[in-house]
Every structure is written in structure tokens, then in C-alpha cells.
Design a protein around this ligand. Structure first.
Ligand code: NAI
Ligand code: NA
Length: 397
């Protein structure tokens, strides 16, 4: 079928198989261009491996360290006349490239929050890899069914305490407007967001993996967090999602203790704000990202997911000395948070309007990155040609 982008708000309903493969190939090329990571990971489980930071982590481990990887994700394959999700095509493309390079790569498509998928992953590790030495936890989801109680939780993206008013942009049209987001009215909205995006499921994974004996001596685990600038604090770090991130970060001491007898260690890495399927759903943030991209590109310090994750692996996680901030976190948001960068973004933030947004921000870059997530807007792909929506890979269960 001929596949063109079809969007509804911040969601793209279609994905392009060859375009997604191009996205994956470009990331692989980047990682290879940086050379092998010293003493990098060898056998890796990536939870949330199909898009965004998780996919970039998988590519960094595989092509930066020749690692065997097992990916867990929740995606849809295509059906006759209807394309699958981008994460499906990304994973199919990744596995093809990994296998061609002689690397082990298998995937499990299902609900990572469930006990069943954890069991499946453990069985696969036992059968094929024995033990793993890195677990990347990179889930982003709007909902979770609790594996023990069966309760369904939905996360919300809201401020806490007071309404939050600021500028926002519709990145399709470039219209900048004022938005007011009312705070949560129920404590349960905060609790539910923590249940979905907090640390409990990460904890369950590591507990189960350890109990099954599939974690190697000296194993590492890492999960991802975000802080960002003060202007997004009300909707991000001090909002419901921020409470979930506090909970995630608060899981580290427990996991370090749990992993102690294996000489294992757990980390949270604070990453840069980037265009992903998850971040495009947060109000205000896309406008911030558009301005941030402009400033960072002008300074020559812009990074995408793969640049971030390659640097996380090479210069942080597998460096001789893992540098942490005062709260014990790895920081690869260091360039985003640089004083000169933030000062320039703040100045542009005050000025930005519908009239000047195309010139003072990198909205065009935001949009391109958004469409690239779904395999669109790559120069070397012919979007008028037929593609095979039924891409399948044997090693994705
Ligand atoms: P994403 O939406 O690109 O990736 C989410 C992944 O989770 C996908 O692989 C998806 O298949 C998987 N997933 C979702 N629900 C699942 C389920 N029930 N079972 C199995 N897999 C499931 O998101 P992104 O942005 O890469 O986020 C990953 C982590 O990075 C999150 O913790 C996010 O908060 C964090 N982060 C994101 C930043 C950003 O600007 N995008 C900045 C800093 C941190
Ligand atoms: Na991810």
C-alpha cells in the first residue's frame, strides 16, 4: 500500500516501514561512527526498546558494544491495508540489521507491566543468554494494569496545587497561544500517575530477574528521568509526572541494596528534552523543545536520542568513574541545562509569538523530528511508492 502521514493532534496514525528502517539505519551509522565503547555491555535487556530512548539504548548497546539484546515493547504489526506502529517497524529493522551484523537480537511484544511478560523474558534469557549484565528500563505509557491487584491506573499530565498558565504551540500550524491547565483535584490522580510512571514496575522487573538468577555479577540497570527548566516545572517536574519521576529516582537506593551481593548497581539518568511520541503529548513542552533546538543547534551542541544514549553508555555508564550529581543521578541533560543555553531559551520564550515562531525557534526541526518518528520526511524515501505493511520478523514474538 502507499503510506502517507495521517495525524490527529500530537498522534500520527500511520507509520512508514522503509522510513522507520531508515531512521534505525541512521542511528546505527551514528553509533558505529563513534567506535566501540570500552568495557561496554555484552548481554542486555531493554524494556521499552522500540522507540525513543529505549531504541537508541538498544542500538548503542548492539552497535557500540556488540551486545546481544532482548527488547520488550508494546507495538502492533501491520494488517492487510493498515500499517503497523512505528515501534514495530523500528524493531523489525533493528533485528534485520543486528542479525546481518552477526548479533543476537530477539524481542517480546507484550505488556511489560504484566508478570507473564516478565516470565517470558526470563525464560528467553535462560534459554539463550544465561545471564544479562545490563537492564535498561525505558517505558513510557499512559496506563498500567497492576500485575498483583489487577487494578487499572491511568496517568495524568497536570500541575499540582495551582492552575498553570503559559504559552504553548500547535506544532502543526505554528499557532502560539496561552493555555491554562487546571491542577489535579484528586490525590488519586497523583497516585495513579506514580503507579504508571514511578519506580514500582522497575523494582518488580529487577526483583524477578534477580530471583530467577539471570542477573550477572556486576550487572547494571538504568532508568530515565527528566528535570528541565523552571518554566516547565509546574507541568513537569512539580506536576503529576514529576511526582512519578521522584518515585522512580527514589527506587535507586532499594535496587542498589537488592543488587549489592551481585556487586550490581542501579542508576537513573536524567536525559535531554527530545521529540518522542511521549513528549509530544505534554502541553508547553513542544514549544520549549523548539526553542531549545534552535539555541543548541546554533551552538553546535544539539543531540538526538541516539547521540544522548551513545554518550550515556560511553562517557557515563561504562566510564571508569561514573560521575553523579548531588542527588546521585547521572546527567546527560548537562548541555541542555547549561546556563548560557537556558538564558537564551528564556529570552526567546518571552518573545515568541505566532508571527515570529518560524524564525526564532526551530519549529521546522521539531516537526521533522516528529514525522521522522513515524518514518516520514526522509529525503531518500519515496513516499509515493508501494510499501509492504506486513513486515514481519521471526524473532519478534
Ligand atoms: P517512547 O514513547 O518513545 O517509548 C516508550 C517505549 O515504551 C516504547 O518502546 C513502547 O513500546 C514501550 N511501552 C509502552 N507501554 C508499554 C507496555 N505496557 N509494555 C511494554 N512496552 C511498553 O518514550 P521515550 O520518550 O523514549 O521515554 C522513555 C523514558 O525516557 C521515559 O521514562 C521518559 O519519561 C524518559 N524521558 C523522556 C524524555 C523526552 O524528552 N522524551 C526526556 C527525559 C526522559
Ligand atoms: Na523508549
Amino acid at each position: 500500500m502507499i503510506i502517507q502521514p495521517r495525524t490527529r493532534g500530537f498522534i500520527c496514525l500511520t507509520s512508514h516501514p522503509e522510513g522507520c528502517a531508515e531512521n534505525v539505519r541512521k542511528q546505527i551509522e551514528y553509533v558505529k561512527s563513534k567506535g566501540l565503547i570500552n568495557n561496554g555491555p555484552k548481554k542486555v535487556l531493554v524494556i521499552g526498546a522500540s522507540t525513543g530512548f529505549g531504541l537508541a539504548s538498544r542500538i548503542s548497546a548492539a552497535f557500540g558494544s556488540n551486545a546481544a539484546t532482548i527488547g520488550v515493547f508494546f507495538e502492533k504489526p501491520g494488517t492487510e491495508g493498515r500499517p503497523g506502529t512505528a515501534g514495530w517497524y523500528n524493531s523489525a529493522a533493528f533485528e534485520k540489521e543486528a542479525h546481518a551484523a552477526g548479533l543476537y537480537a530477539k524481542s517480546i511484544n507484550g505488556d511489560a507491566f504484566s508478570d507473564e511478560i516478565k516470565k517470558e523474558a526470563i525464560e528467553l534469557i535462560k534459554k539463550d543468554l544465561g545471564q544479562i549484565d545490563l537492564v535498561v528500563y525505558s517505558l513510557a505509557s499512559p496506563r498500567r494494569t497492576h500485575p498483583k491487584s489487577g487494578e487499572n491506573f491511568a496517568s495524568v499530565l497536570k500541575p499540582i496545587g495551582e492552575p498553570f498558565s503559559n504559552k504553548t504551540v500547535d506544532f502543526h500550524t505554528g499557532v502560539v497561544s496561552d493555555i491554562t491547565i487546571n491542577p489535579v483535584t484528586e490525590q488519586s490522580d497523583i497516585d495513579n500517575t506514580i503507579a504508571v510512571m514511578g519506580g514500582e514496575d522497575w523494582k518488580f522487573w529487577i526483583e524477578d530477574l534477580k530471583a530467577a538468577g539471570v542477573l550477572a555479577q556486576g550487572c547494571k540497570t538504568v532508568a530515565y528521568s527528566y528535570i528541565g527548566p523552571e518554566l516547565t516545572y509546574p507541568i513537569y517536574r512539580n506536576g503529576t509526572i514529576g511526582m512519578a519521576k521522584n518515585d522512580l529516582e527514589g527506587t535507586v537506593p532499594y535496587l542498589n541494596e537488592l543488587l549489592g551481593d551481585l556487586n550490581g548497581v542501579s542508576y537513573v539518568s536524567v536525559n535531554k528534552a527530545l521529540v518522542t511520541q511521549s513528549s509530544s503529548a505534554i502541553p508547553v513542552v513542544p514549544l520549549y523543545i523548539s526553542l531549545l533546538y534552535k539555541v543548541m543547534k546554533e551552538k553546535g551542541i544539539h543531540e538526538g536520542c541516539v547521540e544522548q544514549m551513545q554518550r550515556l553508555f560511553a562517557d557515563r555508564l561504562y566510564a571508569d568513574n561514573v560521575v553523579l550529581d548531588s542527588e546521585g543521578r547521572i546527567r546527560v541533560d548537562d548541555l541542555e541545562m547549561r546556563e548560557d543555553v537556558q538564558a537564551e531559551v528564556a529570552e526567546l520564550w518571552n518573545k515568541v509569538t505566532t508571527e515570529n515562531i518560524e524564525s526564532i525557534s526551530d519549529l521546522a526541526g521539531y516537526r521533522r523530528d516528529f514525522f521522522n518518528l513515524f518514518g516520514f520526511e526522509f529525503d531518500n524515501i519515496d513516499y509515493n511508492a508501494e510499501s509492504d505493511e506486513l513486515t514481519s520478523v521471526e524473532s519478534i514474538k
